[in-house]
Ligand binder design. Structure first.
Ligand SMILES: [Zn+2]
Length: 144
């Protein structure tokens, strides 16, 4: 299990010397692998001015009320999403789940103005952070 404090420190690191230290620690560990798909470099996180919310943190860490995550800890019996179209992972929710199609439309429309959908996680966060944040905040994880 990836330590939440590790991921939190990764997300919240605020000073450059510290960031450099964290970057080198992150380069040699597999912890926070999902978070690194959004922030390959800690300096990218530092540049991003964003008011982090619980939904946003859950989406970029993959830790929380997601069936594939809860299955690992035997809290759920199945990883299958309520839409029945696959495992309920964060990538499924961001890119595929029809239950959040309406919430995804604005994010998708913003991306489609300049490139094809889907884009990588780091593109979502670095080029479309406002729309991505709105998308994550609009999700009702307890209803999925
Ligand atoms: Zn689904």
């Amino acid at each position: 299990m990836v330590s939440l404090s590790f991921v939190s420190r990764w997300l919240w690191s605020a000073t450059r010397p510290r960031a450099t230290k964290w970057q080198s620690e992150c380069d040699i560990t597999t912890k926070g692998a999902r978070t690194k798909t959004f922030f390959p470099k800690i300096t990218d996180r530092l540049k991003l001015k964003i008011n982090v919310t619980p939904n946003f943190t859950m989406t970029v860490t993959g830790h929380g009320n997601i069936k594939s995550y809860l299955l690992k800890y035997k809290i759920k019996d199945s990883p299958i999403c309520c839409c029945k179209r696959g495992e309920q992972t964060l990538d499924h929710i961001i890119f595929d789940c029809e239950l959040v199609e309406k919430e995804r439309d604005r994010l998708k429309a913003a991306v489609l103005r300049s490139e094809n959908w889907p884009v990588s996680n780091d593109t979502l966060i670095n080029k479309y952070s406002k729309e991505f944040k709105k998308f994550t905040d609009s999700l009702s994880f307890d209803k999925l």
